[in-house]
Design a protein around this ligand. Structure first.
Ligand code: GRG
Length: 324
């Protein structure tokens, strides 16, 4: 555990305080990295049971799906579903199908983003991208299959005590993965902006849509399953929008400050592709400041949610402190 250095500069003290928050706002016996490891293992077991086995025909397709699904990854979206739902009293088993569905959709989006027609990347989650390992056609189909499997899980593997509630969960996830201020729409505007001069509003649109929508959906879905009140849903909404934007700003910063080994994906790609990023438009220092402001706001908002929100606060801090 790192503590604020005695007599450090104000900046050092702020940094150390943030570090301390990350490690201390989780249950006394567990740091946030330990929490992530434990929850990721649970999520992986559920994912394993919710995906067709490798030996099920067509074997190559199922191998490709599982290759990308179990290549690592922080499991941020499923962990957010668990953290927001459990903060408001939902049972883990009720949250897991939606948590896994979001991770399947996220993984499909990474597989497709890496394709030669899009980012044309060789490295993802520390190993060759899906199309490098299985060929382009199989990677397209593995992505399609993960997206389809996600909605199959939501329809068939989630608890059916309340069908209307489940429809709302499915609707939120479909919206986030869709075209209007959502994953695919954001990806399209991002692609169209390459090499163009992009203004701050367009950049915010890209970040809110491509990255923010799925992170928001994770938090919102946890709230829906936990039957949060309207006031609580509004707080979850405000919290999730801030951490979603902070996450993407941090991602833009990591692209220029970390190595490919540290990231597990190719570093410096944004600049090489003349992508619209926060550091490119606002500068590195202003970007760091903005990310920290968003996280501080998110932590303040979530403190009044009711329930045990320590993990949600710690995740907000982790989003800007992470190194990959
Ligand atoms: C192809 C429809 C479609 C969308 C692609 C996800 C995405 C949109 C592009 C990936 C490129 C990128 C830098 C996206 C923004 C940030 C982001 C989503 C990073 C990856 O998420 P992490 O860091 O990844 O949570 P892991 O591997 O940890 O799950």
């Amino acid at each position: 555990m790192s503590l604020p250095p005695e007599g450090g500069t104000p900046n050092e003290n702020i940094k150390a305080e943030r570090q301390t928050k990350i490690f201390m706002t989780t249950p006394a016996s567990e740091s946030l990295p330990q929490y992530f490891t434990r929850r990721s293992e649970e999520v992986n077991q559920w994912l394993d049971s919710l995906l067709p086995k490798e030996s099920t025909p067509p074997v190559n397709l199922h191998k490709a799906m599982r290759y990308s699904m179990f290549a690592g990854g922080k499991r941020l979206r499923p962990v957010l579903v668990l953290a927001s739902g459990e903060a408001l009293g939902a049972a883990t088993d009720d949250l897991m199908p939606a948590a896994c569905a979001l991770e399947m959709i996220h993984t499909y989006s990474l597989i497709h983003d890496d394709l030669p027609a899009m980012d044309n990347d060789d490295l993802r989650r520390g190993r060759p991208t899906c199309h490098k390992a299985f060929g382009e056609a199989m990677a397209i189909l593995a992505g399609d299959a993960l997206l389809t499997q996600a909605f199959r899980v939501l329809a068939l593997d989630a608890p059916h005590r309340d069908a209307l509630k489940q429809l709302r969960v499915i609707g939120e996830i479909a919206k986030a993965a869709g075209t209007v201020e959502a994953l695919i729409g954001g990806q399209v505007v991002d692609m169209e902006s390459e090499g163009q001069t992009v203004d701050a509003a367009t950049l915010d649109y890209i970040h809110r849509s491509k990255t923010g929508a799925m992170i928001r959906a994770a938090v919102i879905v946890g709230g829906l399953i936990a039957e949060a009140t309207d006031e609580q849903m509004s707080k979850l909404d405000d919290y999730s929008r801030r951490i979603g934007l902070a996450f993407q700003i941090a991602d833009d910063i990591l692209d220029v400050t970390q190595t490919s080994e540290q990231l597990g994906k190719t570093a410096g790609k944004d600049q090489a592709a003349s992508k619209a990023t926060y550091p490119a438009i606002h500068g590195l220092e202003a970007s760091k400041k903005k990310a920290h402001e968003l996280v501080d706001e998110a932590i303040a908002i979530i403190a009044s949610l009711g329930g045990d929100t320590q993990i949600l606060a710690a995740i907000a801090s982790f989003i800007v402190a992470r190194k990959s």
